[in-house]
Design a protein around this ligand. Structure first.
Ligand code: 5AD
Ligand code: SF4
Length: 444
């Protein structure tokens, strides 16, 4: 211990779940830095640990409990304060303190602006525990965060969700959908581009319903166009759109703006119209297929990805075959495949006809094996092509290689100088594996 100088307090932020949580963690880190904390990834030396949690699927809780146990040991040695934020915190609130008395602060998504206040209460011992999960339906305060990656930044354009898909806990946890005024978003994007970020990801539970409650011009198509109009070489991605809200004007904006990534994530969830209805998704198998066709036709070279759930209540083998059929017909570059898990409080949790784990597992394996073969085939199609890629930095697995990504979000490894990090370069692909392409740098 350095008894002479002032002690710099250290803070750790551990993130689970989606990109929205990554974005919110970046804001939490900024707040902590402004309070004078030094950030560390080593929990053994930390004075305050934040767990930014997820609750969208089962399994999240077990992971969080495991981590809590680990931090509790550090707490016993050095008095580390423990803060739980994010969706699991929002959902559980006071219950978490009841279960784990050693947690100091439980804080919901909308309350991260109040972190300084909460820490002060704990430090001054005016409160033994602080629970801030007021459900406010307000926009959280804007905090200009720095992102971990020097290349990639994200902007939350909407908060919450109004869809109430019957399996999903998000609308209960993150509240009603709110959109950030367009002028603010354009300004934020402009600043990020000026700071040198090369990839900007627009975030929301349902990005293409952006603008509800704002003026008529403030819609997703106009937002995309306005961000494209910002000068500079950068790429725009967004997650996640809803298939039902994917309007033609948005498709046209994507088609005419190469700055928008040629990779679209369009959550399918199920390929069976019957199950989609039970899920309250608002589209049929045929409508989804028609959308995929339209996207491929209007945006040549577009790569599509999806989220898919197997084993939703009452899903029959025939329904599952419909899912396989859509996967086959669309040809997703990759998909995120989940076994349905019960979320207490949602409609699907109390539906008849819950599916056995064994059946879910079997369907998941069959779906994965189909998806893998499609991913592999699509990957092979890159052979011999020259792709413009954004260089992310040295590959984690192979230090001699640089890792980069195409506009279609494929990972490309190639030999090159580390100074290329954060630049767009052209790479000729000469070897294709299912998840990774290998190539060589070519001059413009
Ligand atoms: N069970 C399984 N998967 C779920 N998802 C959301 N809720 C559940 C659930 N109860 C999946 C959906 C969503 C992704 C983020 O998580 O596919 O798109
Ligand atoms: Fe959940 Fe559906 Fe909203 Fe996505 S759109 S967050 S799946 S309710």
């Amino acid at each position: 211990m350095d008894l002479g100088g002032t002690m710099i307090k250290k803070a750790t932020v551990i993130t689970y779940g989606c990109q929205m949580n990554v974005n919110e963690s970046a804001k939490i880190k900024k707040i902590l830095e402004n309070l004078g904390y030094e950030l560390t990834e080593n929990i053994e030396e930390t004075d305050i640990a934040f767990l930014n949690t997820c609750t969208v699927r089962e399994g999240a809780a077990t992971q969080i409990y495991g981590k809590l146990g680990e931090i509790k040991r550090v707490r016993e040695i050095r008095g580390t304060k423990i803060v739980v934020t994010g969706c699991f915190a929002q959902e559980q609130g006071q219950e978490l303190i009841k279960k784990f008395n050693y947690i100091d602060i439980v804080m919901g998504n909308q309350n991260i602006g109040r972190i300084p206040e909460a820490i002060e209460e704990i430090e001054n011992r005016t409160a033994k525990h602080v629970v801030m999960t007021d459900y406010e339906d307000e926009l959280p305060p804007r905090i200009d965060a720095d992102f971990e990656s020097k290349k990639t930044a994200s902007i939350a354009i909407t908060y919450g969700c109004n869809n109430f898909c019957t399996y999903c806990i998000v609308p209960y946890v993150r509240g009603r959908e709110r959109s950030v005024p367009m002028a603010e978003l354009i300004e934020e994007a402009r600043e990020l581009v000026k700071k040198g970020y090369k990839e900007i990801i627009l975030l929301g539970q349902n990005v293409n319903s952006y603008g509800k409650g704002l003026s008529e011009e403030e819609n997703f198509a106009n937002l995309l166009q306005n961000i494209c109009d910002i000068e500079g070489d950068f790429i725009i991605r967004f997650v996640s759109p809803h298939p039902r809200d994917f309007t033609d004007d948005v498709i046209e904006v994507i088609a005419k703006n190469p700055k928008i990534a040629r990779s679209l994530h369009i959550p399918l969830q199920s390929g069976s119209t019957r199950v989609l209805k039970l899920m309250n998704r608002g589209y049929s198998k045929e409508q989804y297929l028609a959308l995929a066709d339209k996207l491929k036709e209007r945006i040549p070279g577009v790569s599509l990805t999806a989220d898919i759930i197997v084993g939703f209540p009452q899903e029959t083998e025939e329904d599952f075959q419909d899912t396989l059929d859509v996967v086959e017909k669309v040809g997703f570059e990759t998909s995120f495949m989940f076994m349905y898990s019960i979320r207490q409080g949602t409609k699907a949790a109390v539906m008849d006809g819950q599916i056995d784990d064994e059946v879910k597992k079997d369907r998941l394996h069959r779906l994965m094996s189909l998806q893998n073969s499609i991913s592999k085939k699509l990957s092979m199609g890159y052979e011999g092509k020259t792709e413009r890629v954004l260089v992310e930095g040295p590959s984690k697995k192979n230090k001699d290689m640089l890792s980069s990504r195409t506009s279609t979000n494929k990972i490309v490894l190639f030999k090159g100088d580390a100074s290329l990090e954060g630049q767009f370069v052209n790479v000729k692909i000469n070897e294709c594996k299912t998840w990774t392409l290998y190539g060589e740098l070519v001059s413009e």
